[in-house]
Write a protein that binds this ligand. Structure first.
Ligand code: TYM
Length: 334
């Protein structure tokens, strides 16, 4: 469904030939990866050839619950389809179903300097939290480059946190082309929208499942309210009568994605004048979030009632992806 505000800027170059985007099998989508990425994927599939991939091989590069991965992969597929990814327009598939991804990644390790991998922000952040760092975590962006370049995609719609990885993808393409033949791989561009970094409900960090500061897009209205109620607001609003500054409040920024323009204006005004308390403001937001996702919730329920249909879509997607993947790998081996 079209969101009421914040239309997507038409920023695609007219020469675009192909779109690739990946997402971790983290279960249900949350409003961060929905607004930052998936909402745009749904737009892009109308006009461009699109490959959307649930990246399960990326998800094993850190400690994870192996027994839960199949369900998380399935749930992500349900969320994507419910959010509007249309298997008649786009190719939706699971990374490990197309083994050419890992094969190309191996070839790419031989044009990728370790120093480049070590300076990746996400690697540094994740590695810092671990006693023993796995080689897969270091090589994570090499697999990501293989994902994109296997389809010779030139446009990669992502949130801000992935831009550095796409820059490295460009460098890998350049190094490959310089060594083996100019023009074999395109140098893809990251496509970053206006919701490039949705903050979590703690107001401290990027919204992310691993931090637990999310709202899932399939959550029931009451659950959405329960999540929003304790969410961080402008710290200057200690009591009900303290005025606030909407621009520094995450709740206000979320309103800008979910509420109609008149409400957004009212929120700002009622915040500055302490006309509303933060709870009043959150209540309105909770209702609007629940309303925007209502049709998606319904579609997800239908899909969950027919799991075989979801599996068929993924199998057909892998087959279509593999036609392209095989051809690229043929050229790579040559
Ligand atoms: P992942 O699964 O963490 O996130 C999927 C997409 O959602 C965006 N995103 C956000 N955008 C705005 N605000 C947020 N709080 C937020 N959280 C997530 C991410 O930027 C991403 O676009 N490494 C990738 C997956 C990947 C990939 C690829 C992406 C693997 N291969 C090839 C593009 C191309 C990742 O972990 O995304």
């Amino acid at each position: 469904p079209a969101l009421p505000t914040a239309p997507l800027a038409p920023v695609l170059p007219p020469t675009s030939v192909g779109v690739f985007a990946g997402i971790q099998p983290s279960g249900e989508l949350h409003i961060g990866n929905y607004l930052g990425a998936v909402r745009r994927w749904v737009e892009l599939q109308r006009q461009h050839e699109c490959f959307f991939c649930i990246v399960d091989y990326h998800a094993i590069t850190q400690e994870y619950d192996a027994s839960a991965l199949p369900q998380r992969t399935f749930d992500m597929a349900v969320s994507l389809l419910a959010a509007g990814i249309d298997p008649d327009r786009a190719v939706l598939f699971v990374q490990s179903h197309v083994p050419e991804h890992t094969e190309l990644a191996w070839a790419f390790t031989s044009v990728t300097p370790v120093g480049e991998l070590e300076r990746m922000t996400q690697f540094k952040e994740k590695a810092q939290r671990q006693e023993s760092v796995l080689a897969g975590l270091l090589n994570y962006p090499v697999l990501q480059a293989a994902d994109v370049l296997l389809y010779k995609a030139d446009t990669v719609p992502v949130g801000e946190d992935q831009v550095q990885h796409i820059e490295l993808t460009r460098e890998i393409a350049r190094k490959w082309n310089a060594r083996y033949g100019e023009g074999f791989f395109p140098e893809p561009q990251a496509l970053v929208g206006d919701a490039k970094r949705i903050m979590g409900l703690d107001g401290q960090a990027k919204m992310s499942k691993s931090i637990g500061n999310t709202i899932g897009i399939l959550e029931e209205p009451e659950a959405i309210w329960q999540r929003l109620r304790p969410a961080m607001t402008d710290p200057a609003r200690v009591t009900r009568n303290d005025p606030g500054t909407p621009e520094i409040c995450n709740i206000y920024h979320l309103h800008r994605h979910f509420s109609p323009p008149a409400t957004i204006e009212e929120v700002a005004q009622k915040c500055r004048t302490a006309g509303w308390g933060c709870l009043d403001c959150k209540r309105v937001l909770a209702d609007n979030v629940a309303r925007v996702f209502e049709p998606i919730r319904q579609r997800a329920a239908e899909l969950k009632a027919h799991p075989e249909r979801v599996r068929e879509i993924l199998a057909a997607g892998a087959e279509r992806a593999q036609v392209v993947a095989r051809e690229t790998m043929h050229g790579v081996r040559e």
